[in-house]
Unconditional design. Structure first.
Length: 256
């Protein structure tokens, strides 16, 4: 089984963002997990599985420490619906958090809830969620940074959907995303002077994406397309701008 997730970390005091794509086991070092009440996603209606039970998006709080990290983070977790889909999504989100915990690069740091909630969508054929986590050095630097992780699961197959799955030809898909980002970003807080290296057609630059009925949401990390002060930037590339490069049937799944 391949877990599809991506973590973008812009460490305090640095001007570059990095991306890691791995699949790791759930947190194990001095970890406590507390399940909070499950609430329906606010960005889309709950979908109904083959068992006619709705998926409900809630959260689980994970706390603990390692040699370099302390963490107290609420991560998205799914309940209801097809148990295979729920298990795949929940394991992927836990793996994403573990990536963040393990990404110390020799630094001591603390992880906590992000300053804003990530995008979420539960459709007829897809569950797609963004997780935002706050990273801060210990002792603190000038400011913290945001880490982003995204998970998208096909509810018909209970398998993750990667960029490679989404496009018939990955290079063609990345080129189209880069072209569209160049058109859309000037209308965002990044402005006309956005950082063009952040939208070069690479998997790393577009790894953090979520599905929505309107289009593919691309989530850019701190420093990726501009200065730290502009905050996190999300753009939506309409499906009609991607339809000719998407894999057969993928638009129906992702836009559901």
């Amino acid at each position: 089984m391949t877990i599809a997730l991506a973590v973008v970390a812009a460490l305090a005091g640095c001007s570059n963002s990095g991306t890691a794509t791995t699949a790791a086991p759930p947190p194990t070092s001095d970890t406590q997990v507390t399940t909070e009440r499950a609430e329906p996603t606010t960005t889309s209606a709950s979908a109904t599985s083959q068992a006619e039970e709705p998926y409900v998006l809630g959260s689980t709080r994970v706390t603990g420490s390692t040699e370099h990290a302390t963490y107290d983070v609420g991560i998205p977790q799914l309940s209801g619906g097809d148990p295979a889909v729920t298990a795949e999504f929940n394991e992927s989100m836990r793996a994403a958090l573990q990536d963040q915990i393990d990404g110390h690069q020799g630094l001591d740091f603390a992880l906590s809830d992000g300053y804003s909630s990530g995008a979420s969508h539960i459709g007829r054929h897809v569950v797609s969620v963004e997780q935002i986590t706050d990273w801060i050095a210990v002792p603190p630097g000038a400011h913290g940074d945001s880490l982003i992780a995204t998970v998208t699961i096909d509810t018909d197959t209970a398998q993750p959907i990667t960029l490679g799955d989404a496009f018939t030809d990955l290079d063609a898909g990345l080129s189209r995303l880069s072209e569209q980002a160049a058109k859309i970003l000037p209308s965002t807080r990044a402005g006309e002077s956005f950082e063009r290296s952040g939208i070069e057609p690479t998997v790393a630059n577009f790894a953090n994406w979520t599905a929505s009925p309107e289009g593919m949401n691309i989530h850019f990390g701190d420093y990726q397309v501009g200065a730290y002060g502009i905050g996190l930037i999300t753009i939506t590339v309409p499906w009609n701008a991607l339809s000719d490069v998407l894999a057969p049937g993928m638009q129906d799944v992702l836009s559901s």
